[in-house]
Design a binder for this molecule. Sequence first.
Ligand code: NAP
Length: 327
Amino acid sequence: MIMYFLFITILLMFTFLWFRYIYKYFKNNCTCAVSLVGKVVIITGANSGIGYHAALEIAAKGGRVILACRNEDKGLAARDRIITATGNSNVVYKHLDLSSLDSVRRFANDVIATEDRLDVLINNAGMYGSRGKYTEDGILEGFQVNHFGHFLLTLLLLELLKKSKPSRIINVSSILHYYGSIRTENINKIVTNDLFTYINSKLCNVLFSVEFARRFQGSGVVCNSLHPGMLDTEISAQANFFVKWVFKLACWVCYRTIEEGVQTIIHLAVSKECENISGKFYMDCTPRYLLPNARNPFVASSLWDLSEDLVGYKTYANMSQAVKITD
Ligand SMILES: NC(=O)c1ccc[n+]([C@@H]2O[C@H](COP(=O)([O-])OP(=O)(O)OC[C@H]3O[C@@H](n4cnc5c(N)ncnc54)[C@H](OP(=O)(O)O)[C@@H]3O)[C@@H](O)[C@H]2O)c1
């Protein structure tokens, strides 16, 4: 028995080592030397992890960067570090708490009142481990932060994005969405475990992008989703020991630095070839095949309708304008 376990352990170790070695060859960096001077980019959850490093790269390309964060101290500290590192002083912090739709509306109104344009909206903020908690808006927190809050934010900023066309929306999803399954009638009713909430919220990010591309085709605004790689950030901080351990192992096997991980975001934000691509899912700067769960038009459309109902914001049938239905 001991020999058997020893054999399995050694076999697994060699498999992981081999995979880690092979995986680095799938790495792809964004090589576009594009200047973003004159462009405005919003990044949610930009005070740490993936969002922070994406903001750093965008600022280095000269763009005006709006760090949309829920914690003022962390947001201001990130702003200062980015300005010092890049020499670009056109970096600002604005408060945004995605677990409150009121905060989302206030943030969007502020942006509309103060910005002339919006070229790229990067819906990056995310959380794991809401433990079945509902927000003040009556939505499961994990779904609201990861999907519904960003959904409302996007619709509220849509006219500004259209005015600034060609413009881009980038939804930071995860490869874990492959395991997701959405039943819209249950999405906000059943308190599933944290892992399923996370996986399904990441599937929502992909379905949102697919449906946006269909509804707003020809609008000059494109919308894509992506997996940044398995990156050792704070995302698993609230996870239980087992999930944390599996996450750390996955980060080690599929090793990428955070700087490498943000390359797909930067590629979608700046590359010429992505200017007219919409509704796709990217990994390592390359569009990837979508499984049926992430491209089912009926599910994508039902999720859109449910999202409109839950956030109280409706798009017109002709898709050219959005209108608020409740406060
Ligand atoms: N790391 C990975 O391996 C991985 C893999 C696939 C996808 N992703 C996705 O990548 C995105 C970024 O995650 P990360 O890995 O960089 O994790 P992270 O370091 O934990 O960053 C998450 C960011 O989201 C912010 N956030 C959380 N709740 C928020 C709220 N209610 N309102 C506004 N902002 C909020 C956090 O702010 P605070 O600092 O205030 O908490 C933080 O800035 C997430 O969408 C995640 O699902 C990550």
